[in-house]
Design a protein around this ligand. Structure first.
Ligand code: SF4
Ligand code: SF4
Length: 477
């Protein structure tokens, strides 16, 4: 007997909200309509209202291969990026705590069968050193990462690490937001993470295709597709209302992942009233015993840019993250199409900020394509006309989940982001920047003050900038 599983975004069952048949139907609808000019025009008109698109409509845009329509898609993505995020780019750094892992993921060198990669786990003393080094670079926002290993990396270890990170205050440094990227876990553990004061809980789906997922995760607890896919629902049940989703592009057909990501976002919105806080778009990279060519769904830079643009249009309120997996050139290309957060000066090994690892002992999860320092990235962004922002205000002001989303949807959040970006950039310039970065940074701040429409707010910012020069820190709206 054949059992049909119906698509249902309101369901809490993975096979219903990420429904394979619905994805396959969407992909053939997109294929059939990718040159349907009246429909494409209708979708673009809908998109211009800046309220997002359904996975079905977005998939048609992604498939479209008419150059003039694609130009419109890119222009609209750029406009939406400007309207929602201005010229600000939020900065963060990853901190790998431990690469012990009991899973068998075929695309990651931390898989359990890899016997030659050095296994490391930071002690609390080492974390103090790493965090001090990160603060000395100027970072305020971290994403912590750890493999899944109930013996080496139990939840108590992760909680201790979060506590240690928040407790380090070196010179004028602070880590003000810790986002957490650890394996799918229980409601109870998510509750503990919430109580520890985390920002976003991040978990990549890797691939939304169940068959590929099971093949790529042959062993370990991560093999369970449903448990992994339903993790964000448990996180929300545990009180975490900012969650970050992502797919690892290159494992499966990119159209499939794109549709899966949007269906996941629709599901979270339908069930919890708030979509994902962020979407990440990593691509498979070379690492220790991993050859990206072994995965035959790799995508070109052009396709990558199209994915970013279509996501920007489909989920305007969701931040988009790109890491140092991507090169400077690729990052430059997608920044204006929709990316709102980037990492800088990253180490993808366990530790490595306090003391760089010798190459022959590398514990890195993947090879970094952008090796510049944070100061070089900040300088480069400003030369391109962006404001590097070290803002972490929302979560500290309790603006999370639906509170955050409703502010976003009303456009009010812009009145916080822009002044906060200028004030946190000023802190960076005062405490950490190289002389030339200071020079162009101060010029940029001067110019950007005019972009604050409210006179009263502008006055407060001018005053706070002066106070920052005099030594005060941590102003925010
Ligand atoms: S992707 Fe995560 S779960 Fe899989 S092997 Fe790497 S660290 Fe472990
Ligand atoms: S004000 Fe909130 S949304 Fe804006 S940059 Fe800061 S933390 Fe992000």
């Amino acid at each position: 007997m054949v059992i049909f599983i119906m698509y249902n975004p309101n369901s809490l069952r993975a096979e219903e909200f990420i429904n394979d048949e619905e994805i396959v139907r969407t992909l053939s609808y997109a294929e059939e309509n990718k040159r349907n000019i009246p429909l494409l025009k209708e979708i673009l008109e809908k998109a211009k209202q800046k309220k997002g698109l359904s996975h079905k409509d977005a998939a048609v845009l992604l498939d479209c291969d008419i150059p003039s329509v694609n130009q419109e898609i890119y222009a609209l993505a750029e406009q939406i990026k400007k309207d929602f995020y201005g010229n600000r780019i939020v900065m963060f750094a990853p901190l790998y705590l431990s690469n012990y892992c009991v899973n068998g993921c075929l695309y990651c060198p931390y898989h359990m069968k890899n016997k030659h990669i050095p296994r490391k786990k930071l002690t609390q003393e080492e974390i103090v050193k790493e965090v001090t080094a990160l603060q000395d670079m100027g970072h305020k926002r971290l994403a912590i990462e750890a493999g899944e290993d109930p013996v080496n990396n139990p939840i108590e270890y992760i909680l201790d690490c979060i506590h240690t990170i928040y407790s380090v205050h070196h010179k004028n440094g602070d880590i003000r937001r810790v986002n957490v990227n650890i394996a799918a876990t229980t409601v109870e553990n998510y509750r503990k993470l919430k109580e520890a004061g985390i920002g976003t809980y991040i978990l990549f789906q890797e691939t939304y295709n169940r068959k590929s997922y099971e093949r790529l995760h042959p062993t370990g607890p991560k093999h369970d597709y449903n448990y992994h896919t339903e993790a964000m629902d448990r996180a929300m049940e545990g009180g975490i209302d900012d969650v970050g989703i992502g797919a690892l592009f290159g494992l499966e057909l990119y159209r499939y992942e794109f549709t899966g990501l949007l269906m996941h976002a629709e599901h979270l919105e339908a069930v919890h009233g708030v979509g994902p806080h962020t979407i990440s778009v990593p691509r498979v990279r070379r690492a220790d015993d991993i050859d990206p060519d072994a995965f035959d769904n790799g995508i070109s830079d052009d396709t990558f840019a199209k994915i970013v643009a279509c996501l920007r249009i489909a989920v305007p309120y969701t931040g988009m993250i790109i890491s140092t997996r991507e090169s400077k050139a690729c990052r430059e290309r997608v920044l204006h199409l929709g990316i709102s957060q980037i990492s800088g000066g990253s180490r993808t090994s366990v530790g490595g900020y306090y003391e760089p690892e010798p190459e022959e002992e590398s514990s890195a999860q993947f090879d970094v394509s952008d090796n510049r320092t944070l100061d070089e990235v900040v300088h480069w962004l400003m030369e391109l006309g962006y404001i590097p922002s070290f803002c972490t205000a929302c979560y500290r002001e309790g603006r999370t989940g639906d509170r955050f989303m409703s502010l976003c949807k009303s456009g009010q959040i812009q009145n916080c982001c822009h002044p906060n970006a200028l004030m946190t950039l000023k802190e960076y310039l005062e405490d950490y920047a190289a002389p030339d970065t200071v020079r162009i940074g101060n010029e940029l701040i001067e110019r950007e003050l005019d972009g604050i429409p409210n006179e009263k707010v502008r006055g407060i910012v001018v005053e706070n900038l002066k106070k920052i020069e005099e030594g005060s820190r941590d102003f925010r709206f």
